[in-house]
Design a binder for this molecule. Structure first.
Ligand SMILES: Cc1cc2nc3c(=O)[nH]c(=O)nc-3n(C[C@H](O)[C@H](O)[C@H](O)COP(=O)(O)O)c2cc1C
Length: 276
């Protein structure tokens, strides 16, 4: 049996979960590969989806919604279902209602039925100065969270392979709770999304933010890095700028709050997700 997991990950959490799930499925006899949707060309992705017995889709939730790149992938790249099984998972800090099932109707319109769905709790990746939430960039701090999530991932893999029930986010109550977060988030998204700027004094013009941005929102110009109108709010540029020159809502990173979140493992590099 073969499986392909397509994932979008802003800052590494979903990437980590996708790889952990792949190992867990491999250990149960399902040959699994993970593809970052930013890297896999549309034709190659469609071929992989067609030839696999099982397809997985993973994303981080943003206000109980799925990120724009994943919406586009499902709408434009994922081929219509051809008898394959499908599972979805989302990663989240706390809660998403029906985060892993939010695109259920759109998937159904293309013939896909979600067989299994999981909500996986991961560390907070929102480090922007305007957020009151705390976070840590020290992976040792996250050890217990990751262990718990790894155990959940194993149970999820067990259910997928064994054909057992595992459908988080299914039913009217999770759908209603998800909608309560999603509606205001969708309304505010146009205002929230395009507020990235770069402090030209602090910026060293290394170009990392431009290279790793998943939506081509950032460009290097003779005047420094400028943002266009395509931000997807993944916070990757903010978190991974080596000198914290990226600002959100005009507010610089506050050094007294520590480094921004840099992913669940020390060796994680966002370049692994981004298009080459
Ligand atoms: C814009 C934005 C909105 C978010 N909204 C939620 C949310 O509604 N519920 C939640 O539990 N976590 C939320 N989070 C936290 C992330 O979903 C979580 O940290 C996720 O694991 C990040 O995954 P990634 O590293 O793959 O991008 C949000 C993060 C961002 C950047």
């Amino acid at each position: 049996m073969t499986c392909v997991v397509f994932c979008f990950s802003g800052t590494g959490n979903t990437w980590w979960c996708a790889h952990r799930l792949a190992s867990s499925l491999d250990a149960r006899g399902v040959q699994t590969r993970v593809e970052s949707i930013e890297r896999t060309g549309a034709d190659a992705a469609a071929d992989l989806a067609r030839s696999a017995d099982l397809v997985g889709l993973g994303w981080p939730v943003y206000g109980s919604d799925l990120p724009e790149p994943m919406k586009r992938f499902i709408d434009a790249t994922l081929p219509p279902a051809n008898g394959q099984g499908l599972f979805t998972f989302c990663t989240q800090l706390l809660f998403s209602g029906n985060g892993a099932r939010v695109y259920e109707r759109e998937l159904a319109a293309r013939g896909w039925t979600i067989g299994w769905s999981a909500h996986l709790r991961m560390p907070n990746n929102i480090s922007v100065a305007v957020s009151p939430l705390s976070w840590s960039a020290d992976p040792r701090v996250h050890e217990r969270r990751l262990e718990k999530t790894a155990r959940r991932i194993d149970r999820f893999a067990e259910a997928v392979v064994g054909g057992q029930h595992f459908s988080q986010g299914h039913g009217p109550l999770p759908a209603a709770l998800g909608a309560m977060q999603r509606r205001p988030f969708r309304r505010w998204f146009p205002r929230l999304r395009n507020d990235i700027s770069v402090d030209t004094e602090r910026c060293t013009r290394c170009g990392r933010c431009v290279r790793i941005c998943p939506s081509g929102n950032l460009a290097m110009t003779p005047d420094g890095v400028v943002a266009g109108g395509a931000c997807v709010l993944c916070v990757r540029c903010y978190n991974y700028c080596p000198v914290q020159a990226v600002r959100y809502m005009g507010r610089p990173h506050r050094p007294e709050r520590g480094l921004p979140y840099r992913g669940p493992v020390p060796d994680f590099r966002p370049e692994e997700l981004a298009a080459e």
